[in-house]
Design a protein around this ligand. Structure first.
Ligand SMILES: NC(=O)c1ccc[n+]([C@@H]2O[C@H](COP(=O)([O-])OP(=O)(O)OC[C@H]3O[C@@H](n4cnc5c(N)ncnc54)[C@H](OP(=O)(O)O)[C@@H]3O)[C@@H](O)[C@H]2O)c1
Length: 314
């Protein structure tokens, strides 16, 4: 343990960080050890990580001193914020600022910042195809993360640009819903364009690959994706894999933003970006690079075979 490089993993009890913790623990001779950060070390997920050999440490993204303590003596850190806990671009930036400050104070040798692109660069401020949200963002959880990139400047950082998790189908309520006729339907403002998707477990494995690569990815932006699929292709795969009939409805973005669930406007803008700027979004992510960092990268079919029992079919 003494000679191992310690990675402090923010979000260790969650999807991205959890994948990295599992990747580190699955490779006991890999030269890395894991410090799992949570606000609540007594919660079940945190206890489970401790049971598997992670050093569980308490810290809060809103408390920079707690992060400084949690990062002290580590080699590296995986930094992720959770927009969906508060829905605020400003809060996400403040938390990222705390992460960068703590990384600087601890003198970390390698930081991975889980970011996304600035969607405002894709259209002029006068473009009326989608509303501005929270006054200055098109897609707050993308744009705020990109703005936060600046806090990490000067650190030995890798900017990790992630993709839509297929796990949203069971974890975020985005799976197809059964109608009275027994047909499962889902609606997105994606037209016939491809969605850059990934199994969330693979994000952590890629992050581990980046740490293992030493200095190779420091100062670089790495855009990752498992497979780019249209919603019709995903529907066909779901139909086959789950033994049901899944039909996709391409709705207008304005209609989706009006669906009324919390974050519908944000998600409507996000899917519209994926649709209207397919070339740019897909161009910012590389399956080849992702697979080189994580040779066990899953396709949608691979992911479905492993996760189908989690998708609610009621
Ligand atoms: N869903 C998608 O398709 C998708 C795609 C790309 C990017 N993203 C981004 O992914 C991020 C969320 O990551 P995730 O999916 O891994 O999250 P998650 O599974 O919901 O877990 C959230 C994690 O963040 C930690 N956390 C939240 N607030 C914290 C705080 N104040 N202090 C310390 N830890 C805190 C939680 O730890 P404790 O509760 O244990 O403290 C938990 O481990 C979001 O910002 C989202 O924009 C999502």
């Amino acid at each position: 343990m003494e000679n191992k490089k310690v990675i402090a993993v923010v979000g260790a009890t969650g999807a991205q960080g959890g994948g990295l913790v599992r990747a580190i623990l699955a490779d006991p001779n890999g030269g890395f050890a894991c410090r799992a950060i949570t606000r609540d070390p007594s919660k079940d997920q945190a206890r489970a990580l401790a049971g598997k050999g992670a050093d569980v440490v308490k810290a809060d993204l809103d408390d920079v001193d707690s992060l400084k303590k949690a990062f002290a003596g580590a080699y590296g850190a995986y930094c992720v914020t959770n927009f969906w806990e508060h829905f605020s671009g400003e809060k996400e930036k403040a938390q990222a600022k705390n992460l960068a400050e703590a990384a600087r104070t601890a003198g970390l040798k390698h930081v991975i910042w889980s970011t996304l692109e600035d969607t405002r660069k894709l259209m002029a401020p006068s473009d009326t195809r989608m509303p501005m949200l929270q006054e200055k963002y098109r897609v707050p959880h993308f744009d705020a993360k990109h703005e936060a990139d600046a806090y990490f400047a000067g650190l030995p950082v890798t900017y990790l640009v992630t993709s839509f998790y297929w796990d949203n189908l069971y974890a975020f309520g985005l799976g197809p819903k059964k109608g009275d006729d027994g047909v499962y339907t889902w609606a997105f403002p994606m037209g016939d364009k491809r969605l850059a998707g990934i199994a969330v477990e693979d994000i952590g494995k890629v992050a581990y690959g980046i740490f293992k690569a030493g200095t190779q990815y420091i100062g670089k932006t790495v855009g990752i994706v498992g497979e780019n699929l249209t919603l019709d292709q995903m529907s066909e795969k779901l139909s086959k894999g789950l033994g049901i009939v899944v039909k996709y409805h391409a709705v207008e973005a304005d209609a989706y933003r009006g669906f009324g669930f919390p974050g519908a406007d944000e998600m409507g803008n996000m899917f519209q970006v994926y649709r209207d700027f397919e070339r740019e979004v897909l161009g910012a992510r590389s399956i080849e690079v992702t697979r080189s960092l994580n040779p066990s990268l899953q396709t949608f079919d691979d992911w479905l075979a492993k996760n189908k029992s989690k998708i609610p079919l009621a």
